[in-house]
Design a protein around this ligand. Sequence first.
Ligand SMILES: *Cc1c(COP(=O)(O)O)cnc(C)c1O
Ligand SMILES: [Zn+2]
Length: 445
Amino acid sequence: MKQSAHLLCINPKCGQIYPIVSRQIKCEKCGHLLDVEYKEKPPTKLKEIFYQRRSRDSIYNESGVWRFRELLNFAEIETEELDQCSKFLVSLDGAEGRQSKPYHMSKVSNFVGIGNNNLMLQPEGYNPSGSFKDNGMASAVTHAKMTGAKKIICASTGNTSASAGMFAANENMECDVYIPDGQIAPGKLSQAYQFGTQMIKVNGNFDDAFTKSLDAANEEGSYTVNSVNPFRIEGQKTIPFRALEFLEWEVPDWIVYPGGALGNTSSCGKSLIELYNWGWIKKIPKIAVINAEGANTLHNLYNGEFENEELRWNGGSPNLELVDRYYDYMNKNNLGPKTKATAIQIGKPANIAKGLRALEFTNGCVIQVSDKEMLDGMSVVGLNGFDCEMASGATVAGIKKLVDDEIIKNDDIVVGILTGRQKEPLLPIDYHNDPANKFAKPPRI
Ligand SMILES: *Cc1c(COP(=O)(O)O)cnc(C)c1O
Ligand SMILES: [Zn+2]
């Protein structure tokens, strides 16, 4: 099936469009981010085809991203022609998204207080580079190649660089990574080095590194792969697709994510908007975004903790001046983001507008959890034989808090996304060596 697509400004009052091969990240008219928009509606009979593709006769059917290629066909290819797939679609031998699906984890269910049948967790850490980023990187690097880029560029809290480096190595492209000096988990940094990326150390935090990387990506032949890139968002739509497929397209009550730059939240929102408009789903799950207490910009703005105003998408006119004033206030008072969960240590979520849109469409909510709660969440996942990193522990901690507060009801169906694998060996070691921790099993002498 061939689709035609273009880029569209997310501001409904603007409507600016760009051709699909454009490298434009922001609308030149109004400054908002862009969406990939598809002109036709994919037929629901594809549900059956997606399921059958798992028989693994080609890497594009094996891939957990490209198996759903009709729903993200920005490359405008004949999706049934495998030679066209191999000419355009970037894949790490079908490994992106291949292992990820929802699992029941009884100890997590006990901990959060929902029946085991009603809670599922989807470990996106079981992607080839160890985080959900591979879903969106496969699609972003596909688009980078469509534009003739030779070099991909990103700023990273760690996992983005590992994923970008992996795909760049596989595609013989260059990869420059802007990192906040001294703030990246060595386990992630070492991956990026190993994949041959060029590190550029920035004196500052992630938000500073990100600004520098965007400037660098303006150069001819360079291409930014951070989640402000609308094509990252397209690949990450397959995270909810896989969850929904597992549930036979019966919609859960909640989908829960940790919130950093809000690319994941945005892509989940976009996927649900599309599926709903296309008639693929009849009900809309609520999205819950879980911030770290030390990096809680969205939480503060969404819940009216700043200037008593609850920031909303507001039909496409969010009060972005309020956001700017909040950032000024952060800068003036030196309130940089601070949490041990480095993957979500982000003070200025670049996708905030798209994130708000997702929250409005799904009638979602935003809460915050402490570092200690995230570590408990991370640890109880381990006791089920899965591992995840601290930022993913926010999902478990957040579900627990929402159940405790009776926002999630006992009989609700909940899918929580575990965004990445454990890459910081000292965290579990330190956790278990301190008997004061809830799930600690200290060593015996
Ligand atoms: C990138 C990342 C996040 C944050 O995701 P956003 O889409 O930026 O909100 C959370 N967890 C892990 C493990 C990550 O790598
Ligand atoms: Zn615009």
